[in-house]
Design a protein around this ligand. Structure first.
Ligand SMILES: Cc1cc2nc3c(=O)[nH]c(=O)nc-3n(C[C@H](O)[C@H](O)[C@H](O)COP(=O)(O)O)c2cc1C
Length: 200
């Protein structure tokens, strides 16, 4: 599908039909998400994949009872991982493994140290990680549509309850959720502000 077709046919699905996405299709979506861009490639996210119906039903009540949660096939819970230093160390280790020249790695380390210095405060690190999570969420929406799966980006949930129900490690911050599946609703006409209104 051309990107423009993906863009126009993807919509915030309000209800799914409960049919399960097969493993191969799900894997394709998860692989595409993994290749999302992030600042200095620190990939500050962890994504919990939930498909067990009992858990989805529990999460539904922590999501304002929005029907997407208990009717979806899989729910992706995008968590921000504000451990910038830990993430940066993993990037350096991966660069070494890939045989990136030492001087390039050293250059990267200089830049990354300045970058990390900007996020010494926990709140700043969380905010930075969350900005990156939004990019990964966007990838998820279009990746899913590209393999015939519908989705909805959602922030209408309680991160504290999610942390408890899913036993999410305390350092991670549930930021956005994306239910995936096959629709049981109809796409509404798209409303967007005009070009004149947006571009200046
Ligand atoms: C940050 C964010 C949070 C959202 N939260 C919800 C939500 O909790 N429930 C929901 O049904 N849709 C949610 N949406 C979907 C938007 O309402 C939807 O994308 C918007 O109305 C445009 O419609 P479209 O995606 O169908 O083009 C959210 C979208 C974004 C980007």
């Amino acid at each position: 599908m051309e990107f423009n077709d993906l863009l126009m046919s993807r919509y915030a699905t309000k209800k799914f039909d409960g049919k399960k996405i097969d493993e191969e299709t799900l894997d394709k979506i998860l692989e595409m998400i993994r290749f999302s861009p992030s600042a200095l490639n620190v990939q500050p996210w962890k994504i919990k994949v939930v498909s067990d119906q009992e858990t989805l039903d529990k999460l539904s009540s922590a999501s304002m009872d929005q029907p997407q949660i208990s009717s979806c096939s899989h729910l992706l819970v995008f968590c921000a991982n504000p451990d910038m230093m830990g993430n940066a160390k993993k990037v350096v280790a991966s660069m070494e493994e890939m045989g990136v020249p030492k001087e390039n790695i050293e250059q990267f380390e200089t830049v990354i140290n300045t970058f990390i210095g900007m996020f010494n405060e926990e709140a700043a690190a969380v905010s930075e990680a969350q900005h990156n999570v939004f990019i990964a969420v966007t990838t998820a929406l279009y990746a899913a549509k590209s393999v015939g799966v519908d989705s909805c980006p959602m922030q209408g949930f309680d991160p504290v309850s999610y942390t408890k129900i899913l036993d999410i490690p305390a350092e991670l911050v549930p930021t956005m959720i994306v239910p995936l599946g096959y629709p049981a609703d109809e796409q509404m006409p798209k409303m967007r502000f005009s070009k004149e209104d947006i571009y200046f």
